[in-house]
Design a binder for this molecule. Structure first.
Ligand SMILES: Cc1cc2nc3c(=O)[nH]c(=O)nc-3n(C[C@H](O)[C@H](O)[C@H](O)COP(=O)(O)O)c2cc1C
Length: 135
């Protein structure tokens, strides 16, 4: 799981509670690395004042420049805030559309304990699926 988080660090809080290895895209070395296998992106959305500007955090955009990184992406989780209406989860939707990968899960802000549990389940299911694929 690779995540981007800023501001209040709500995504970081969620990610570090998943109980699995997570990599913070605010770290330059992480951003420059390539995942060595299937990976999941967790991103917030940030609408700026500029209507032409989309909501994808810059660290995510940079990380996704590498074609191998893009190929190994299996799905996206998003953190957003419904107050943003039509822009709710815009960054996650943008990556899903551009990559053809599914949105695996969406939650608001730092997520509820139920959200955390559900995200853990989804990731555990992927672990099983990819372990089988390796056999
Ligand atoms: C300036 C600003 C713009 C935001 N724009 C959006 C948006 O367009 N869509 C959305 O779903 N959430 C939006 N959010 C909500 C954040 O994506 C959400 O709070 C997320 O949990 C923040 O994670 P972070 O604290 O780890 O950066 C915005 C929040 C802020 C502060």
């Amino acid at each position: 799981m690779y995540f981007s988080s800023s501001g209040s660090g709500m995504v970081k809080q969620f990610a570090t509670r998943l109980g699995r290895p997570v990599f913070d895209l605010s770290d330059r070395d992480v951003r420059r690395s390539v995942p060595d296998g299937p990976w999941v992106l967790l991103t917030p959305s940030y609408k700026t004042g500029n209507p032409d500007n989309d909501t994808l955090p810059e660290p995510v955009r940079r990380f996704l420049r590498n074609p191998l990184t893009r190929r190994r992406l299996v799905g996206i989780m998003g953190s957003g805030n419904r107050n943003f209406g039509a822009h709710y989860q815009a960054a996650a939707h943008h990556v899903a559309r551009a990559s053809g990968r599914p949105i695996l899960f969406e939650f608001e802000l730092q997520g509820t304990p139920w959200d955390l549990e559900r995200a853990r389940e989804i990731l555990a299911e992927l672990d099983v699926r990819f372990a089988e694929a390796d056999d």
